[in-house]
Design a binder for this molecule. Structure first.
Ligand code: SAM
Length: 282
């Protein structure tokens, strides 16, 4: 792995360990918000009750914990680079009484599993953060059995994701942050139509299909939106951390004003759009 990839990976580990408390605090909201994306991936995974499943970048546990309940005679491994995020998942697995789940702290590009172990591999919102997307996918393919399904969710274009672009756009307006290179990790790096399907085909997967799934992030007020974003959205929170106090206060008031457009019947509803891609290991 290159020096740059190594340092991005280490940085991701530190950041996600810091944000684990936020993901625990907002677990109910995150579960509801992301469920349609996980459900689409699960549908594409063609699970059986005895399937052996790997969830890469499982973070605080999804979609792996939902899968565990669907494969009562099978098992699920939740893998993530952040021990802190996996600790949240571990607590949830135990609260739900799930006995067929295990945990592995590891990087997506170096999965510590034998070849051809899993009937399905899932990865929800992991590719956005991997320094080496192709190496990570290669590992998913290696550890999948022939005929296994591999499915992923990545964020779609900024225009379909005002939940994030609203604050990122305002941030860019008030700060002079250098434009990151197109290859760098980030919420919209995989959003070009066909990008993920091409990656999957190049990795040798067959029966590859890509589709778009949208839902709303629903929160009760601008204050709770701001708190939510600061607690869970690493890209946004890191950007805000680079702005000075005055800029942060201007960004906050501009964002609150823009949020007015998204108020419906006493709640904020922000569109959230992901690409769901799946393929079969030949
Ligand atoms: C947005 S969270 C997604 C968590 C979960 N899959 C979900 O959808 O709720 C992204 C996760 O990717 C993990 N991650 C980032 N870089 C990684 C890497 N190189 N290898 C493995 N996991 C990584 C982070 O630790 C974090 O838990």
């Amino acid at each position: 792995m290159s020096v740059t990839a190594n340092s991005i990976r280490d940085q991701q580990r530190i950041i996600w360990d810091q944000f684990a408390a936020g993901w625990k605090k907002w677990d109910a909201e995150l579960l509801g918000w992301h469920r349609p994306f996980g459900d689409a991936m699960i549908q594409d995974s063609r699970l059986r009750p005895d399937s052996s499943v790997l969830d890469v970048a499982a973070g605080s546990g999804e979609p792996g914990l939902t899968v565990a309940a669907l494969v009562p005679q099978g098992d699920v491994v939740l893998a993530d680079i952040s021990a802190g995020m996996l600790q949240v998942a571990r607590e949830k697995a135990s609260a739900r009484g799930l006995a067929n789940v295990s945990f592995s702290v590891c990087a997506s590009a170096e999965l510590p599993f034998d070849d051809a172990m899993f009937d399905a591999v899932l990865c929800r919102f992991g590719f956005n953060f991997f320094p080496e997307m192709r190496a990570a996918l290669r590992e998913m393919v290696r550890t999948a059995k022939p005929g296994a399904r591999i499915s992923a969710a990545v964020w779609g274009k900024a225009a379909g994701n005002p939940w994030a672009s609203l604050v990122l756009g305002t941030l860019a307006h008030h700060t002079e942050l250098p434009q990151p290179p197109a290859s760098s990790t980030g919420l919209f790096r995989c959003s070009a139509p066909g990008f993920m399907a091409r990656l999957f085909r190049e990795a040798g997967l067959v029966d590859v299909a890509e589709r778009t799934v949208s839902t709303d992030l629903v929160l009760d007020s601008p204050e709770s939106y701001w708190e939510f974003m600061e607690d869970i959205a690493t890209t946004v929170a890191m950007g805000l951390a680079k702005a000075d106090k005055e800029a942060r206060s201007l960004i906050r008031s501009d964002v609150f004003q823009l949020l007015g457009r998204y108020e419906h019947q006493g709640a904020l509803r922000l569109r959230s759009t992901a690409t769901i891609v799946a393929g079969t290991r030949a």
